[in-house]
Design a protein around this ligand. Structure first.
Ligand code: ADP
Ligand code: MG
Ligand code: MG
Length: 890
């Protein structure tokens, strides 16, 4: 089998599917030839040869050498030219090309084959001596740099001297004599630097170039790039040897790059730049300013200067798009009015463009719904929903050195506001209409109200699943966490970054998409998509319409449903707008923090006797009932899973003297008594302490009150014709008997109202996963709480692992942060085992996920494979999860 693949109008051995063997560029060239697109002929030496070359210590295998010689003969015959220059000279480009585009590898060499003899022939044959020497000087410079390893700058200096002597600005203005002088000086330079003359023999040049491409696979830059991007070192690069076409032959020649659609907006039509009388990378090198391909106002545009070639380019882009079913990023050259394509690939694009292009391609009949869904990366959705900074204003701040620091980009979006160090202050300022960035060492449930009114949240400690991160994402707030270079000085009412101190009340801006923290104010705008969806006015052709269409296809395809984690009607509303089909997790404790009820909560906790406790609970019940009612109203007809109280009680207790005294006063006890009680409740390890169903067992009245509130809300809603679908979820269960005990206490409350509500459990304690067969006997459904399951299953504290986990990931001990993407091997096994056992005991048991992993595309793929019914994630991740769910099902 030959490892050298020809491509031309008449013979093409490879095709577009062979990216692995031919590299992306080679496969693209072959496919274009097959399609009849004009491409200069040539051949591709396969990636396998690269590996053999490297394995054999930098030797091209003999049979490959012979094969290349044979294909050279073929190429010469095809074109009626010769590399050795015995006939009209054949010049070549030698181009690297791996399976995926990889910066860091060898630069392309153009005009290979030139020497004193062939340059004269080229001049004679083309009748353009200037062009011939322009090509020659380009070739020597590129070859010397890329193959011989000489630095560009010495060559540039020679070029500069000649420009200066001739009094011209541009290389294209240098005279023929000047070019000849450059060639001679270049050759002298090579001799001086390498002690060897520049290689004259075109075949020596060719082997040198081919070897250099293979060598470049293992240069430091390339190795580093592969490491960062997880690219296999065994892939190797192909070498493309291709006949030259010349853009530097005069004013009806040129070179350019062109996308078939605008890569930043997705707008149809060509988008690119070109230069006349230029070659290779001149367009991107920035020496001359290129002109637009298509600009009605520019007489220099390609459309204006070369209307016919322009039309031909348009037609070709159309053909390519149709064939590849995607927006194309192309490189082309025009030689004396003739168009040649030199490269095509699916173009990179912004999130916004990716949505528009997928929809447009479908509407144009180029792709089907499945393809469209495949074309939009789930994560790109979060950019469509995030608020944005005015880029110029942000850049200005960056340029003036006002970057204060960086943290983890925990909640996407842009926010500007005054530094505020407490939740209470945040609420006050917001009431005055002042935008706030809440800055805390870390947040706790006590801060919820303050977080809610803030424009953004910044913390010193904590990782991607810290309280601040989880809650902020749930609220769709920009959030930066774990900025360890920041110190919060609460007493001095200031925060500090190194030597810089920012007082409370001063403006800062945080970019939750990048993790940057800047000093000063930057104008922000809400995501246009959210604005359109909330306004309910989806105009034809708008992003809102594109989004709705894509989501309707997603709904047809996805086999795993997406619910949302929400405990406030406003969040539920957004989630529904974004396509959630239920609430998978309503955290009731968040409802305890409202100003109107926290007092009752505290009394309930501090109560010394049952009757005081019951009084407090009775006062709380209407609040809870109303909250649930509002949620049912919002989610009409969709399931709402309500988790009974989960966190340790002391999280609700007052800290700070004034709060304690106020509470003591209203309860008619001494503040010392309150302090004692607070102390009693303190735990060394609260996350593994008195929380979840353990509270339900030691204080059954709390869960009974909550269930009574649920029942009351269901009855009230249904009486009004609202289809309330409540599911009661018991947290932190580790044993069937635990769940049974809780059920025995709450079920009568449900039955009394003549209702039949499903009662299920979280699976978040490893023991629950291991005994899921038993637990399923008592549970109507499982919801995998993968945050705690990961924390307990891996013995990794969610709040403290930030100090060493990055190290673990760098060292490859764990491939990824297990709190971001589920550890499929370990924790994933607990999930799949428990799911199987659960289904065995109770066929058809409903299975869901409510951890942060419910919004992570890779985790969703895994949950789909395990066969779960739904995932639940924060409202703003719903579209991401839905898209990921559909893509998993394809
Ligand atoms: P990269 O991978 O960096 O884009 P390429 O191999 O595509 O490198 O080459 C860069 C540029 O060199 C091309 O865009 C084109 O302008 C020029 N080039 C490459 N091959 C040829 C050729 N056969 N004829 C004319 N120009 C070429
Ligand atoms: Mg290229
Ligand atoms: Mg939990």
């Amino acid at each position: 089998m030959s490892e050298v693949y020809r491509f031309s109008k008449t013979v093409t051995d490879g095709d577009g599917t062979m990216r692995g063997l031919l590299g992306g560029k080679g496969a693209g060239l072959a496919e274009m030839c097959r399609m009849g697109v004009p491409v200069p002929p040539g051949f591709t030496i396969s990636t396998r040869c690269c590996i053999s070359y490297l394995d054999e210590g930098g030797q091209l295998p003999e049979d490959v050498r012979a094969d290349v010689m044979e294909k050279m003969k073929w190429l010469e015959a095809e074109l009626g030219k010769s590399l050795s220059g015995d006939g009209p000279p054949l010049l070549l480009s030698v181009r690297s090309g791996a399976r995926v585009s990889m910066p860091g590898m060898m630069d392309t060499i153009l005009n290979l084959g030139l020497n004193d003899r062939t340059v004269a022939k080229l001049a004679e044959q083309s009748g353009n001596e200037r062009f011939a020497y322009d090509s020659f000087r380009r070739f020597i410079q590129m070859y010397s740099n890329v193959v011989l390893g000489l630095s560009h700058s010495d060559f540039e200096r020679i070029l500069e001297d000649v420009r200066e002597d001739e009094g011209v600005d541009l290389d294209s203005q240098i005279s023929l004599d000047g070019l000849k002088r450059i060639v001679e000086e270049y050759k002298d330079l090579v001799l001086e630097e390498t002690d060897q003359a520049f290689p004259e023999d075109p075949y020596d040049q060719l082997w040198g170039a081919i070897n250099a491409v293979f060598e470049s696979w293992n240069n430091d830059r390339a190795i580093l790039y592969r490491k960062i991007n997880n690219i296999d070192h065994k892939w190797g690069t192909a070498v493309n040897v291709q006949s030259m076409v010349f853009g530097n032959m005069g004013d009806s020649s040129g070179t350019g790059v062109c996308f078939s659609r605008d890569p930043s907006t997705g707008e149809p039509g060509p988008y690119g730049e070109y230069l006349r009388n230029a070659q290779g990378e001149d367009v991107v090198a920035g020496i001359r300013t290129p002109f637009k391909i298509d600009d009605p106002n520019d007489p220099e545009s390609m459309a204006a200067c070369w209307p016919e070639v322009y039309q031909q380019l348009l037609d070709t882009l159309g053909v390519l798009e149709k064939h590849f079913g995607d927006m194309q990023d192309t490189e082309f050259t025009v030689e004396n009015g003739r168009l040649f394509l030199l490269q095509t690939r699916n173009g990179k694009r912004t999130s916004r463009a990716s949505l528009r292009i997928a929809i447009d391609l479908y509407k144009e009949g180029l792709i089907d719904k499945h393809d469209a869904v495949r074309k939009v990366e789930p994560d790109s959705m979060s950019q469509l929903l995030a608020s944005e900074f005015d880029q110029d204003a942000k850049q200005k701040l960056l340029d003036s050195g006002r970057l204060l620091g960086r943290g983890l980009n925990a909640g996407p979006g842009a926010a500007t506001g005054v530094v505020t160090l407490s939740a209470e202050k945040a609420v006050e300022l917001q009431e005055e209409g002042i935008p706030v960035i809440l800055v805390r060492e870390e947040t706790s449930p006590e801060d919820i109200a303050g977080m809610h009114v803030s424009s953004g949240i910044l913390t010193q400690r904590g990782g991607m699943t810290s309280h601040a991160a989880v809650v902020a994402r749930g609220m769709g707030k920009p959030c930066v966490v774990g900025c360890t270079t920041m110190v919060v000085h609460t007493a001095e009412a200031a925060i500090q970054f190194g030597k810089r101190t920012i007082r409370e009340g001063a403006f800062i801006s945080i970019d939750g998409t990048t993790g940057e923290i800047l000093e000063g104010k930057i104008p922000t705008t809400a995501s246009p998509l959210i604005q359109q969806l909330s306004a309910g006015t989806v105009e034809p052709g708008s992003e809102g319409e594109q989004f709705a269409l894509l989501m309707s296809w997603v709904d047809e395809i996805a086999k795993i449903k997406v619910r949302t984690n929400a405990d406030a009607p406003a969040d539920a509303k957004i989630a529904r707008l974004l396509g959630a089909v239920g609430i998978g997790l309503c955290r009731t404790e968040h409802m305890f923090f409202g100003e109107d009820r926290i007092q009752h909560v505290r009394k309930m906790i501090l109560a010394a006797d049952e009757s005081t406790r019951n009084e407090a609970l009775a006062a709380l019940q209407p609040f809870q009932e109303n909250d649930f009612y509002e949620l049912f109203k919002e989610m009409n007809g969709m399931p709402v899973t309500i988790r009974l109280l989960d966190p340790p009680l002391h999280e609700f207790l007052p800290h700070g003297d004034s709060l304690i005294e106020g509470l003591a006063h209203s309860m008619g006890i001494t503040s010392t008594a309150v302090r004692h009680r607070v102390k009693d409740l303190e735990e060394a390890n609260p996350m593994l302490g008195h929380r979840g169903c353990r509270l339900g067992i030691s204080h059954p009245s709390i869960y009974r009150m909550q269930v009574a509130a649920i029942v009351g809300a269901v009855v009230r809603a249904r009486a009004e014709g609202i289809d309330a679908q409540a599911e009661i979820m018991v947290p932190l269960v580790g044993a069937q008997a635990e769940l049974d005990k809780v059920k025995a206490s709450i079920q009568p409350v449900v039955r009394e109202a003549d209702l039949d509500l499903p009662i299920g459990t979280m699976i978040e304690i490893p023991r629950a996963a291991l005994t899921a067969d038993e637990i399923a006997e008592s549970a109507d459904f499982f919801s995998f709480g993968t945050n705690d399951l990961t924390q307990c299953g891996m013995g990794l504290s969610r709040d403290d692992s930030g100090s060493f986990l990055p190290l673990y990931i760098d060292a490859g001990i764990y491939a990824r942060d297990p709190f971001k993407s589920i550890d499929q091997k370990g924790i994933g096994k607990l999930v799949s085992m428990a799911a199987d056992m659960g289904r065995k005991t109770r066929p058809g048991i409903k299975l869901g996920v409510c951890g942060e992993h419910g919004g992570d595309p890779d985790s969703i793929r895994f949950f789909y494979k395990v066969g779960l019914d739904y995932v639940s994630c924060s409202p703003y991740r719903v579209p991401i999860a839905k898209l990921a769910a559909a893509r998993a099902s394809l």
